[in-house]
Every structure is written in structure tokens, then in C-alpha cells.
Write a protein that binds this ligand. Structure first.
Ligand SMILES: C[S@@+](CC[C@H](N)C(=O)[O-])C[C@H]1O[C@@H](n2cnc3c(N)ncnc32)[C@H](O)[C@@H]1O
Length: 394
């Protein structure tokens, strides 16, 4: 059986769709583990020695790796299978979502009055081109800003298939890992207001509400569709979160109004110009002594050329056009440009909170970050990367 969502909005998929989901989850596991290992061996055993001979020196950049691998049949085969598996993720869930749609709005309306969260939409918001004009990661329609919760439902059901259990029972392991990192690393820090920017279906914002039950948690996104779904999803899990339709580069919150600004897998979907504008906004809305924390893919500067090339596959072949430009940046420089002091920058890696025992998690929280080819990859030894900064106290 494929991985199953555990909240009330989950779509009821027909048996054929379930079989497809099961197949594509297993296929992705095979691609990302077995085929990826085979491709790396192919590089080390054949492609790299030939490249070193022709360059007359060691390989220095992911562009050199990419140019050589593009001619290699293993890489071509890997890429076609991976690209097709990505399309199959969405195809395996869309029929179930379409069948569930008429009922979904009714369920969200019913759940709306059942918990402490809220939803506020802004029909006049300009939807930026990175959302309005892009079927990002080959998701049909992208995060479309529609009257229904369809995009949210496709994303949530698709993520369940895509991640094959690696994201935890509520697909919220990133939010749990980051919030529990903060709770254990900074035990004297007690945030009262927390904001998740680019929250999509709000799963990770809800995880912050779980970790800090006394805090008021907010999530923003530009797409009304994903927010409608996020609201119903959090209500059904009994986690009070306030969702708003808002642009992260122009936040409609007052100066110094949050203790934590959080993002996850968000920055790599923005242009560099928007990333810079977002960090200025994050600095503005944080209270002095507040914390900016971002979960992201590890920056290229921390990785070997082959691992840089491997992670940037999505930029070239998975409709994620800003992916590499973000990963080529030094995150420290980015937040300093937003107004944070260089001395207040920090970075870390943590194992998955959902699958790690407490002692091992605490040991990792207090250890220096560790980077290898597995960091940020959906694999059995997955480690999340995070970085951020404190806003200077007055
Ligand atoms: C990859 S998803 C983020 C995933 C989510 N945070 C998670 O942890 O799975 C990117 C989200 O950012 C939203 N987004 C893109 N540009 C935005 C902007 N300028 N302001 C707010 N949200 C934005 C998209 O609509 C999308 O839902």
C-alpha cells in the first residue's frame, strides 16, 4: 500500500490510482537510492578519470561534471526515468483529487468553525510570475490561485507519494525538526508569535503550533488554493494556525511583530531579487532578539562538485528555474544583505525528528553541522540543513 495521509481532507483514491501511487513511490526509491548510487559509481569509475585526463587537472565545478555526464548513457537513462516518475506522481493522484473536489469545499467550510485557526484571503493580491506562470516541479497548474482547494489537494496527495513516508506521518517532519531544533538548542527562547512564509498546505506551520502550543502561529502564501486547503487541514488536525494570502516580499504585518520567521523549501523557488526582498521584510517584522530560520537544500559551497551537480538536477530537468541560482549563494551574505549582523548568522544540520530518538537528536542539535552527499536528500540517512540569524536586540 502507498503512504496514506492521516487527516480528514485526504482524497479517497480508486484501487488503480493506489496501485500507481505504490508503484511510483517504489520507483522513486529505486531511482534516488539504487540508480543514484550506480550513477555515482559510473562517474567515479569512468567519467571522472576520462574528464581528469582531458582537463589535465582535478574536476573543479559542477558544470564540468554536468557537461561530461550529459553524454553518458547512465545519466540519460537516470534522467528520463526520474523525469517520468515525477510526472507519474501527479498523474497518480489527480483522478482522486478531482473526484474529491465537490466535497472538499464543504468539508473545509465545516472544519472552519471547528478549531482555533483562521483564513484570510486577498483577491486583489498580484500573484508573482514564479507562481502564476510556472508548473513548478512539473505539477500540472502549479500552485494555481483558484477558487477551489484543488492545487492544495494535488500538492498534499502528491507529496505523500513523492516522499514515500520520509516526511513523517503528517508530512511535517521538516517543521517538527526545525521547531524542535530551536526548542532544544535555545531552551530559554519562548516565541509568542511565529510566521511560516511560503507555507503551501501549511503542514510545517502546523508542526510549529504542535511544538510551541502557547505561541500564535501564522502562515502566508500567495496562492488562495493552497491556503484554503491548509486551513482545513490544520483544523482537522486540531492545530490552530492563522493563514493569510500575502506576498513574502511585501508582508502586511507591522514592524517587530514576530518572534520567529520560518521558511522551508521556499527560497529556492524565488528569484534572487525576491529572496533579497524577503530577507529585508523578515528583518523588519522580527522583534529585536527574534529568530529567522530557514530549512533549505545545502548550499553548493558546502558540497563536492559531483554532489552539487546531483542536487541541481531539479533546476535543469524538473522545472525549478531558480534552484541553482539560490544554491550558488552564500546564505550568510544573503541574510546580512537583509539587515542581520554577520556575527548573528548560524547554520546547522539535524536528523529527522520523526525518526530519531531524543538523545541522538539532542546530540546532533549540539554538534557542528555535517555535510555529505546525503544532506538534504530523500534517503534513509537524511539530514536537514538549516540556516538563519538573530535580529539584534536594541
Ligand atoms: C516549495 S513551496 C514551499 C513548501 C512548503 N513551505 C513546505 O515546507 O513544503 C513554495 C510555496 O511558496 C509560495 N510562494 C512563492 N512565491 C511566494 C511569495 N513571493 N510570497 C509568498 N509565497 C510565495 C508558493 O505559492 C508555494 O506554495
Amino acid at each position: 500500500m502507498p503512504f496514506e495521509l492521516s487527516h480528514e481532507l485526504k482524497a479517497a483514491h480508486e484501487r488503480d490510482s493506489l496501485a500507481r501511487q505504490d508503484f511510483v513511490s517504489s520507483l522513486r526509491g529505486y531511482i534516488l537510492n539504487d540508480m543514484a548510487a550506480g550513477m555515482k559509481a559510473r562517474f567515479e569509475d569512468e567519467v571522472e578519470p576520462a574528464l581528469v585526463r582531458s582537463l589535465g587537472r582535478a574536476v573543479q565545478s559542477q558544470d564540468e561534471v554536468h557537461a561530461a555526464m550529459r553524454k553518458d548513457t547512465y545519466f540519460k537513462f537516470y534522467s528520463s526515468v526520474r523525469y517520468n516518475a515525477q510526472e507519474m506522481v501527479w498523474r497518480a493522484v489527480i483522478p482522486g483529487v478531482e473526484a474529491a473536489l465537490p466535497d472538499l469545499s464543504r468539508q473545509i467550510d465545516r472544519l472552519s468553525s471547528h478549531g482555533g485557526g483562521s483564513l484570510s484571503l486577498n483577491p486583489d493580491l498580484d500573484i508573482p510570475e514564479n507562481v502564476a506562470g510556472l508548473d513548478v516541479h512539473l505539477m500540472p497548474g502549479g500552485y494555481a490561485n483558484t477558487e477551489t482547494a484543488a492545487a492544495g489537494a494535488v500538492y498534499d496527495n502528491g507529496l505523500a507519494v513523492f516522499s514515500a513516508g520520509f516526511m513523517g506521518p503528517n508530512l511535517d517532519d521538516i517543521g517538527l525538526s526545525m521547531s524542535n531544533y530551536v526548542k532544544r538548542r535555545f531552551p530559554d527562547f519562548h516565541p509568542a508569535r511565529i510566521l511560516d512564509c511560503g507555507c503551501t498546505v501549511g503542514h510545517n506551520a502546523a508542526a510549529w503550533a504542535q511544538t510551541f502550543p502557547d505561541a500564535e502561529v501564522h502562515g502566508i502564501d500567495v496562492s488562495a488554493s493552497v491556503l484554503r486547503y491548509a486551513h482545513g487541514r490544520a483544523q482537522s488536525l486540531g492545530l490552530p494556525v492563522h493563514y493569510h494570502q500575502m506576498d513574502a516580499t511585501d508582508l502586511a504585518f507591522e514592524d517587530a511583530s514576530f518572534d520567529v520567521i520560518f521558511t522551508s523549501m521556499f527560497l529556492h523557488e524565488l528569484s534572487l531579487k525576491d529572496i533579497k526582498a524577503f530577507f529585508v521584510e523578515a528583518h523588519r517584522v522580527l522583534r529585536p532578539g527574534g529568530l529567522l530560520i530557514n530549512m533549505e537544500l545545502p548550499p553548493n559551497q558546502e558540497l563536492e562538485p559531483y554532489d552539487q551537480f546531483y542536487l541541481d538536477w531539479d533546476c535543469y530537468y524538473n522545472k525549478e528555474p531558480f534552484y541553482r541560482a539560490f544554491r550558488d549563494q552564500n546564505p550568510e551574505d544573503l541574510i546580512v544583505a537583509g539587515g542581520f549582523a554577520r556575527s548573528d548568522y548560524f547554520r546547522f544540520t539535524v536528523p529527522q525528528f520523526s525518526f530519531t530518538d531524543e538523545d541522538a537528536f539532542i546530540a546532533a542539535v549540539n554538534a557542528p553541522p555535517s555535510f555529505d552527499g546525503e544532506t538534504g536528500r530523500l534517503s534513509a540517512s537524511l539530514n536537514w540543513f538549516g540556516f538563519g540569524g538573530w535580529k539584534a536586540k536594541i
